[in-house]
Design a protein around this ligand. Structure first.
Ligand SMILES: Cc1cc2nc3c(=O)[nH]c(=O)nc-3n(C[C@H](O)[C@H](O)[C@H](O)COP(=O)(O)OP(=O)(O)OC[C@H]3O[C@@H](n4cnc5c(N)ncnc54)[C@H](O)[C@@H]3O)c2cc1C
Length: 388
């Protein structure tokens, strides 16, 4: 297993349960160091995704399995529900489509009036809302800690500070880590932001490349937390894979705002000043990047950059949902980088993408809601490992 985020650990746990001896390689000095440790910690319900897609199917079942796992292993979780709010009449058709999609996906959701929405969120601005009961908040790094504990007790070989640097695939696989060469019957690639590179090292030409999209967060000042009781989301732009900046109450009572979506200048680029010339050249040489830029650079991309640079603009996006929020009410609160795969034609890969070769399984697109779906993706990947 290459990658010690929630997917690598969940697949390792599933395979261990099936009697497979697993070694997990993680290049960092801690588990869940990247996407899993920098996300919104929301257990998604599954309402956004195309009916029949892996995202739709797995988030409905994954919503239940990750909550059950957390409860069984003492990990923080709360099924608190959420509101998706239409802030103007012009958003009502899209809210209606979302309600239909929720129904098609088997997600319990109810269209409610402005007055009913105000019972849930007294400060919200909306003309109508969709109430979703099965959305929750969770401690995803805590899920990883529990998985590491279980894997350790089961005797799995877990290695931090161990990057996979070279791979030779043939009969079985050989993985060079810098200090040694490991041999295995099969390779599973859950390397997140580096998944396409690991696939290439293993001799696969992936159908899509990873493009890193940073999502920046603010949080409400403690004395303004009362403005938000739970989770408040905008009606998403159906042409984009991201949900729009939203307000999320965390398990510790703090309220996070975000994430936005700007192109990161490094695969693990958490700030504007984190720049990798090699990553930029790779992005620039991929034809999909330019096609994507033609589609989204103006005005969407430019707006996102301006909002990233301006607290006032960020606060204005939040004030559409909760008008009482002003620029003085929010403080920066870190960021995460999404591993979003992109086809060469410039279209963003909307569903999970997994490719196989004999003795190899590569998870090439597992952005949100993959943390919610982790235990379901783990079952699917484990089936592929045992049949590939
Ligand atoms: C801003 C943001 C918000 C999100 N919000 C949510 C949410 O609320 N709910 C939800 O369900 N999902 C959310 N997601 C998505 C979710 O975080 C990811 O889908 C999930 O964490 C993916 O897990 P992973 O294990 O594939 O990737 P990661 O957690 O990125 O793990 C991959 C690991 O592979 C390691 N690795 C890479 N290359 C190598 C190598 N060569 N050798 C060894 N190790 C290597 C990395 O160091 C890393 O630890 C969000 C993501 C982001 C970025």
């Amino acid at each position: 297993m290459v990658g010690g985020g929630i997917l690598g650990l969940a697949v390792a746990w599933e395979l261990t349960g099936r009697g497979v001896a697993v070694t997990v390689l993680e290049k960092e000095d801690r588990w869940a160091a990247h996407q899993t440790g920098h996300n919104s910690n929301v257990v998604h319900a599954g309402l956004y995704y195309a009916p029949g897609s892996a995202k739709a199917r797995m988030s409905v079942t994954g919503n239940r399995s990750i909550v059950d796992f957390a409860r069984a292993h003492g990990v923080g979780v709360e099924v608190c529900g959420k509101l998706v709010v239409a802030t103007g009449e012009d958003e009502l058709p899209a809210l209606g489509v979302l309600a239909q999609r929720a129904e098609a996906n088997g997600v319990p959701a109810k269209l409610i009036s402005r007055e009913e929405a105000l019972d849930y969120e007294p400060e919200v601005s909306c003309v109508r809302a969709l109430r979703v009961e099965s959305t929750g908040i969770i401690d995803f790094p805590g899920v990883c800690r529990a998985l590491v504990r279980l894997l350790t007790e089961a005797g799995a070989d877990l290695r931090l500070n161990t990057p996979a640097l070279g791979i030779r695939a043939g009969r079985g696989v050989e993985i060079a880590t810098g200090s040694e060469v490991l041999r295995a019957d099969a390779l599973v690639n859950c390397a997140g932001l580096h998944a396409d590179r690991i696939a290439e090292l293993a001799g696969i030409t992936p159908r899509a490349r990873i493009v890193p999209f940073r999502g920046e967060y603010y949080q409400l000042r403690p004395d303004r937390r009362h403005l938000v009781r739970g989770l408040i989301y905008p009606v998403p732009d159906a042409s984009l894979p991201f949900l729009g900046v939203h307000l999320t109450r965390m398990l510790d009572g703090s309220v996070h705002a975000g994430p936005n979506a700007v192109l990161a200048l490094r695969r693990e680029g958490y700030r504007w000043r984190d720049i990798s010339p090699a990553d930029l050249v790779a992005v620039a040489r991929f034809p999909g990047t330019w096609r994507l830029a033609r589609r989204y650079a103006f005005p969407t991309g430019l707006d996102e950059v301006l909002r990233s640079l301006s607290r006032r603009r960020f606060a204005a996006s939040l004030a559409r949902l909760v008008p009482a929020i002003g620029p003085g009410d929010i403080v920066r609160h870190g960021s995460g980088v999404r591993a979003q795969a992109l086809f060469a034609d410039g279209s963003l890969v909307s569903d999970f993408l997994i490719e196989t070769a004999p003795g190899q399984v590569h998870v090439l697109n597992a952005p949100s809601p993959a943390a919610t779906c982790a235990l379901e993706i783990a079952k699917h990947v484990s089936d592929l490992v045992t049949t590939s």
